[in-house]
Design a binder for this molecule. Structure first.
Ligand SMILES: *[C@@H]1O[C@H](CO)[C@@H](O)[C@H](O)[C@H]1NC(C)=O
Length: 400
């Protein structure tokens, strides 16, 4: 089907509001210097540089509720009775039909109607992480069941997309170029719903490993809620990880919209870290992480995003209570986590990321809030892990 609409100017491709929201989706009073410093920057999203952010209080509960509503707005497929955003209707009900598969469901990317598996999976991984770290906060905000539903809406789709692994994994539905010519409602869109796959002869390690990470992280969210579903997610995660690890090539299937600049090492170790955490015991995944660290596959970086998960790997691993606190691996991993935190925290000699005059972390011109959100999220999680026996030291500045 040829696109039947032509938007007068070419729209820049969207940069993932979903992921940004996922990263902000945690409810926790700001309780430490680490969080306060980075989150202070979040205030700059809404305040002019002149405003005094310390005198303004933010309603994080309301922000949380609205961000979860946004996930409902982005839903693709046949909507449920739990749909609270009622101006949305069913859409893309034939996704996958040309390939004889059911690829309905999941999330649209942003201002467009493409389902990009790579950023969608990352969004789900981090959303699940937020739900895991802050279940009590979600609960007190009355949002625990909503966040679980938001995760399940995505993982139900990933289960369909990965049903034929290791033969193939569906990584995208919708044609980015045609879609970006047409600003249409998903309910009435006329652009092609092409389905894209990766497979043994055309692997895509980044997207496959990120899919595995999302499934593994979500399996933990449902562990005590729906044991059968949780098990299904974990089993599938393991299969998708094998597929990702065995057939390696850098291809998200989604370039030029979501090109992986950081390569696939970070996704592979990230997936292994989540599988380690989700497997609930010492497992081959910890050995995988160990080897990866030995081979320098986990880098020191100052960005945490849909593309770059190195710092996320470090924080996930440090948060595992199963992890032997004495090993050299722990020290090596902590070095990566500390590098990220020191680079993002102001007022220490290892700080690298600039701030705007209003105090927002400023990494890059395009869609910068995702990096500020990523840093705020990782810092919030890491702050909870810090203790007298695990300090964050940025040369001579000590945080706990
Ligand atoms: C494998 O994936 C590539 C890229 O999406 C596709 O062109 C090819 O047809 C697929 N191979 C099979 C056997 O389906």
């Amino acid at each position: 089907m040829a696109p039947s609409c032509f938007y007068p100017t070419s729209l820049p491709h969207s940069q993932l509001p979903l992921a940004i929201l996922a990263l902000f989706t945690f409810v926790r009073p700001i309780s430490s210097a680490v969080q306060a410093d980075i989150l202070g920057g979040a205030a700059a999203l809404t305040l002019s540089p002149a405003a005094n952010s310390s005198s303004v209080s933010f309603d994080y509960t309301d922000a949380l509720s609205k961000s979860l509503l946004f996930f409902q707005v982005q839903r693709s497929g046949k909507l449920h009775e739990n749909q609270r955003v009622t101006w949305r209707g069913d859409s893309a009900l034939l996704d996958g039909i040309d390939e004889n598969v059911d690829l309905t469901g999941g999330y649209y990317d942003a201002g467009d109607n493409v389902k990009f598996g790579f950023p969608m999976s990352f969004t789900l991984t981090v959303l699940a992480w937020g739900a895991l770290e802050n279940a009590a906060g979600f609960q007190s905000a009355g949002e625990l069941s909503n966040v679980r539903q938001a995760i399940k809406w995505g993982t139900d789709y990933l289960l369909k997309a990965s049903a034929d692994v290791p033969t193939r994994l569906w990584v995208q539905v919708g044609d980015g170029d045609a879609d970006h010519q047409c600003w249409q409602r998903p309910e009435t869109m006329t652009t092609p719903r092409t389905a894209f796959q990766i497979n043994v002869s055309n692997p895509g390690t980044e997207v496959a490993a990120e899919t595995a990470a999302a499934l593994a992280a979500a399996s933990l969210v449902f562990k005590h809620v729906d044991a059968a579903y949780s098990k299904l997610l974990l089993t599938r995660a393991a299969m998708v990880f094998e597929f990702a690890d065995q057939y390696r090539a850098s291809n998200t299937g989604e370039c030029p919209f979501y090109c992986s600049y950081s390569g696939y090492n970070d996704e592979l170790v990230w997936a292994a870290a989540w599988l380690f955490k989700a497997s609930g015991g010492r497992s081959k995944y910890l050995d995988y992480v160990q080897e990866a660290v030995d081979e320098n596959m986990v880098e020191s970086t100052f960005e945490f995003s849909w593309d770059n998960k190195h710092a996320g790997v470090a924080v996930v691993i440090l948060g595992s209570s199963l992890f032997d606190k004495e090993t050299a691996l722990r020290a090596a991993i902590k070095e990566r986590a500390d590098y990220f935190m020191c680079a993002n925290l102001a007022g220490n000699p290892l700080n690298q990321v600039e701030k705007t005059p209003g105090g927002l972390l400023y990494l890059r011109e395009w869609a910068n809030t995702q990096y500020a959100g990523g840093a705020a999220f990782l810092a919030a999680v890491y702050a909870d892990y810090l203790s007298l026996s695990m300090l964050l030291i940025c040369l001579f500045q000590v945080f706990m």
